[in-house]
Design a protein around this ligand. Structure first.
Ligand SMILES: [Zn+2]
Length: 283
């Protein structure tokens, strides 16, 4: 692993989220795209490499791209001229800001109880950018107050969430802290439809967070089942990762080399740091 990510060499404490990103990058590099093996393939690569013979070729980086890589859409709207700019960015996992959600919902950072659906609503809620966060509007030719809204443009078959439990303060005097909020998550049929670009854009009058958009029945490709939970035990300075993993209908708890059967209740009550879902119907 450290051959591709030098910062993992040595005996320092490491972060499971960074490990996931580095591991996927290493796999992409190992499967080697011909032109530039050190980076994941871009959409242009996908178009170039998908051909009539693709069904016969061995598993490659392009296949992994479809498994783990989704695309986020970011819409920034100028509050003066109402001009809009849209950008797309690939993601390997979605990082959810627990401290932002706690602030929005009036909860404390520690001991706060929320849900994964609540985290996702916060993630895709339009936020106002003003003061130092103002964006450059090409139509106005000036920095303007604006709104920014994220949505999921393309869902991957394996959807990974990173619950941001490690909080680094802007004040250097303040030590980093760990957020112990409990985030409830479904074991089956997580519905991603309300967080997709197509849904949010078609309900844009509701997307300012002031009003709930009417619920829509999910399509099969929007539904996900949980198959893995990574848990961090300990503090910011030192700790240990364990995980729950599902094999068919059975759950197991893995801690280093020790693997033991786990109940559904144990999984439900886990203080998740990373959550791994698989699409019910792969597309
Ligand atoms: Zn403008």
């Amino acid at each position: 692993m450290w051959c591709n990510a030098e910062y993992f060499a040595g005996y320092e404490q490491q972060d499971a989220h960074e490990f996931l990103i580095a591991a996927l990058a290493s796999i992409y590099a190992g499967l080697a795209l011909p032109e530039n093996p050190t980076r994941p393939p871009t959409p242009a690569d996908l178009v170039k490499m998908r051909g009539p013979s693709s069904a016969q070729r061995p598993l490659g980086a392009v296949d992994l791209q479809g498994i783990f890589t989704g695309v986020l859409r970011s819409d920034v709207a100028c509050l003066k001229c109402h001009g809009k700019s849209t950008k797309y960015e690939e993601f390997q996992d979605i990082s959810l800001d627990l401290s932002r959600l706690a602030a929005e919902e009036g909860g404390g950072a520690t001991g706060y109880h929320t849900t994964l659906a609540g985290c996702l609503r916060s993630f895709t809620r339009a936020e106002r950018l003003s003061s130092a966060e103002r964006c450059w509007c090409p139509s106005c030719g000036a920095l303007q107050d604006s709104t920014k809204q994220l949505s999921v443009h393309r869902l991957p078959n394996v959807l990974c969430f990173h619950l941001k439990r490690f909080k680094h303060s802007a004040n250097k005097q303040q030590p980093p802290s760990k957020i112990e909020s409990f985030v409830e998550f479904p074991l089956h049929s997580l519905n991603m439809r309300p967080h997709t670009s197509s849904y949010i854009c078609s309900h844009s009058t509701h997307s300012n967070g002031q009003q709930q958009a009417p619920a829509l029945e999910p399509l099969p490709e929007h539904l996900y089942d949980l198959f893995g939970v990574v848990v961090h035990h300990g503090t910011m300075q030192t700790g240990h990762y364990t995980n729950y993993v599902r094999c068919q209908a059975d759950w197991f708890h893995c801690s280093d080399a020790t693997v033991t059967p786990a109940s559904v209740e144990e999984v439900r009550s886990a203080m998740g740091y990373q959550l791994f879902f698989q699409r019910k119907r792969c597309v």
